[in-house]
Design a protein around this ligand. Structure first.
Ligand code: GAF
Length: 440
């Protein structure tokens, strides 16, 4: 996972939980660094904040490389429902969030990519004519993987200097690596005056991560980062890549609660779950015609042929197949403005991820259990790959301040860990940011 400093003002160190993006600067837990993005709608817009970040980055770039760069940003994502379904050709419902990664770029006259990461405080160089065939576990794998895949797709890249900074917490399951890939691709294409269809790009990012980085992730994260829309969730069919924009009601907020247990999909569990799903699909295909993936299976099929499946594989299949159904019911609930129904589906999703898919952890469960009992919370669940990271909470706007405060205090009391809480808006997908026009 990409890890860079300045993530939402994560410094504090006063022993208190940190709550981000709330309106009301009088809030006593309200700690943030100078580069903090204010997310609440009563403050300047997210794009305005992005412009300021871009302007700051352009200055730093000028100091480092002597040029005026263009700046591209790509957001992280939170998944409302539809977990571990994307690599089963299923349905997901993520939203891009207004915490992003920024890449500044200007061309060079040689064949080198020089990449500085502010967060890692490190510069690396990479010769476009001598690309290493695979990543080596370094933060720059995501950048190099995208460059390699673009070249393999026939794009004649040119040398460039890149400076990367992040406002996205890392290792939190909010897709910082996908955001790096998306912003990097737009940046690299810009210096050769090329564009690429966003669906084709999403597939390219996935290849970069599957083949270059070595993580067999699905397509959800990169797709959401590239195609998000302010105020909307995306209902994505991961087989056809058709998607619908679902407006989020104005009276709710997405509250993301970071357990501060480091999420990592690189430890083999993710790939193991994927292999179990593939085994389930293979075994069920012997019984049910036309099964290419768990997407093609019903709950009735899973129950009917349960004895064909090893016990663990049965549970994995039951999660994926039931989760696909939940996503579709959740889309209907959202369409009808039935937030309590949506919240119930979030709860069922969490329980299924905990008990059948076994990707939750104690801290995620505690965070969800506390949240569900608080006033104004329609639903709560773990979000992303699991094994740590964040929960997503759908909360009535008027209740957000009390909700975040209570959640943070009770979680800390229960686990002795200080959570970070981000009150997010659903944001637009990756784009160029005109930092030059930023107001001071
Ligand atoms: C990670 C992966 F990158 C996604 O593709 C998805 O599988 C998710 O875990 C689980 O829903 O974020």
């Amino acid at each position: 996972m990409m890890g860079m400093a300045g993530a939402g003002g994560a410094r504090g160190g006063n022993g208190r939980a940190m709550i981000y993006g709330q309106s009301g600067a009088t809030h006593r837990h309200f700690l943030f660094s100078t580069s903090f993005i204010i997310l609440h709608s009563s403050f300047p817009s997210a794009y305005h904040s992005a412009m300021n970040i871009a302007a700051e980055l352009q200055e730093k770039f000028h100091v480092a490389f002597g040029d005026r760069p263009r700046v591209f940003c790509a957001p992280g994502r939170v998944n409302l429902i539809g977990e571990h379904t994307d690599y089963n050709d299923g349905f997901v419902m993520p939203a891009a969030i207004d915490l992003s990664i920024y890449v500044a770029i200007a061309p060079r006259d040689d064949r080198l990519l020089t990449i500085i990461s502010e967060g890692f405080d490190e510069a690396i160089e990479f010769n476009l004519d001598r690309p290493a065939p695979h990543g080596n576990g370094h933060w720059s794998d995501y950048v190099r993987g995208v460059a390699v895949e673009l070249m393999q797709a026939g794009y004649k890249l040119r040398g460039a200097n890149l400076l990367i900074t992040s406002r996205l917490p890392t290792g939190a399951g909010l897709s910082s690596s996908a955001a790096v890939e998306v912003a990097t691709a737009l940046a690299l294409l810009s210096v050769i005056d090329a564009t690429m269809d966003r669906v084709a790009l999403a597939k390219l990012y996935q290849r970069a991560e599957n083949e270059y980085v070595g993580a067999r992730v699905g397509i959800m994260d990169q797709f959401a980062s590239a195609n998000g829309r302010a105020g909307h969730a995306l209902m994505l069919d991961c087989r056809s890549l058709d998607f619908r924009l679902l407006p989020l009601p104005a009276n709710v907020r997405l509250v993301i609660a970071n357990t501060m247990v480091k999420h990592s999909i690189a430890n083999g569990e993710y790939n193991a779950r994927r292999a179990e799903c593939e085994a389930a699909a293979r075994l069920l295909a012997r019984r049910v015609a036309g099964v290419r993936a768990l997407r093609d299976v019903t709950i009735a099929d899973v129950e009917r042929y349960r004895r064909d499946l090893p016990e663990t594989v049965y549970h994995r299949a039951r999660h994926v197949v039931s989760e696909n159904e939940r996503v579709q019911r959740a889309a209907d609930a959202l369409h009808q403005g039935d937030l309590p129904a949506f919240g119930k589906l979030m709860r069922q999703s969490h329980l299924s991820l905990r008990d059948d898919y076994e990707v939750s952890c104690e801290e995620l469960d505690v965070m969800v259990e506390i949240a569900e009992k608080l006033p104004g919370c329609y639903g709560a669940r773990m979000t992303g790959g699991g094994f740590g990271g964040c929960t997503v909470n759908l909360v009535e706007a008027a209740a957000v301040a009390a909700f975040t405060e209570e959640l943070a205090a009770r979680y800390q009391q229960a686990t002795d860990r200080k959570p970070q809480i981000y009150v997010c808006a659903a944001a637009d997908g990756a784009q160029e940011v005109q930092g030059d026009q930023a107001t001071p």
